[in-house]
Design a protein around this ligand. Sequence first.
Ligand code: COA
Length: 506
Amino acid sequence: MDSIIEKRIGVPKLRDRIVSAEEAAALIPDGAVVGLSGFTRAGDAKVVPIALVERAKKEKFKIDVYTGASLGPEVDHYLAEAGVIRKRGPYQGEKAMRNLINKGDILYVDAHLSHNAELVRQGIIGPIKYAIIEVCAITEDGLLIPTTSVGNSPIFAQYAENIILELNISHSDTLIGIHDIYVPGPQGKREPIPITNANQRIGEKGIRVDLDKIKAIVISEEPDAPSLIVAPDEETQRMADLLLDFFRSEIKAGRLTNELMPIQSGVGSVANAVLDGFKESEFENLQVYSECLQDAVFNLIDAGKVNFASATSITLTAEAQQKVYGNIEKYADKICLRPQEISNHPEVVRRLGLISINAALEVDIYGNVNSTHVAGTKMMNGIGGSGDFARNARLTVFVTKSYAKGGAISSIVPMVSHVDHTEHDVDVIVTEQGIADLRGLAPKERVPLIIENCAHPDFKDQLWDYYNRAVEATGNSQTPHILEEALSWHINLLKNNTMKKNVEVK
Ligand code: COA
């Protein structure tokens, strides 16, 4: 046996369980509920899913797939297109998967990412026939060491009847020690989660399982698919500058200090770019308590701005993968990966007093946020962890460019076409146009701030026209709306590919 493999499988009896990806894939029965490792394209099982794609060419079968969050193309593209997936949860971000969901070919359960573990405990997700988990090592004392994400792997491993491991030897074993696995006990008998600082480790360095459940180990050298976010631009830099100025005014008001509070920053290009804009700021000794560490966090560590970052996954562009994984020793004592029920736990988010920065698709004139659905019906990605953080953070910020699709779409609309974050959970909106601080304001006080500060100039008159008529039509009610017209901008978009001119709604 290859000495690297022997070293990475610290429990001798497990070395006999090495099989091919095809043999492992053949174990999974038709109709099985399968729990997969992986979170935002990081740390996902890759070779067994591709073997399942091959199996599907010879045999018809379906499985339900639950993961930490979005996976790379092996599952959310190839396995999805092979027609193998009946149901998918709790988050995805791949075009092929999105199309199949929106065609009705795959059922999608879009869920708060901190909730999954409880759903597994309650048997709502399950019984899990197989967990397939990517690891970089199994220690001599039998701990499974995840790779670049932890996600839901601990709970899947605990509850699954059987486990298949993908031992990925392309990852350095210096990853050992960056994970912190803490699994809460049953509700009703549970102790408080003992995290009072983002940099605290409270658990074990790996996942403890019943080793008899491990039915197969497959050797892999497949790297994580790189993240596809686009680089910061002038508009995202402007959004970062606006947010930095806002923090300065909060410091002046005595509500924040120069170290701010632990920062959570969401997935996608915009949230990453806004955080990246902190590089040139005066803020230092920052901490990150987030679910996913994107390129910007490592740029801020390099710039000496962030001194510790906790999350459940690391998702990087190809360039950043080379920088970070080529020098993982440099970052190892500054990062920590936890199960997603801990990285996103409301108890910890509220205790630490996070500043939460997530991206919106659209925001309405009262501050309700849609993060998931295009024109109310088509799924984009999912709510992910944004709800876990938005509801519980000390300061909840949503960022979005004021327009989409070359200016045809206004991201500020009369009424959002789907609500993910209600007006009660949203404190601050930032676009490249400006910033609206909604805290302590009644709905009608928010309207001028959102329209004047955040909307694109092309849509301001249209928004004012709607609002003024809504005030008149409702006799100045608490939250004025003309219900027949509230979604007319989206109807216009569907019919005419633009929100620019309201069409008559019949
Ligand atoms: N209507 C229709 N499409 C819109 C839109 C709107 N109001 N606003 C943006 N879009 C489109 C963009 O045109 C782009 O489309 P493309 O991929 O075809 O180019 C796509 O949505 C992504 O928008 P972009 O502006 O590039 O932003 P992003 O990469 O930062 O993603 C979200 C924004 C909202 C989709 C993404 O952040 C997300 O999925 N959020 C929900 C989950 C979440 O917040 N998790 C974080 C918790 S830690």
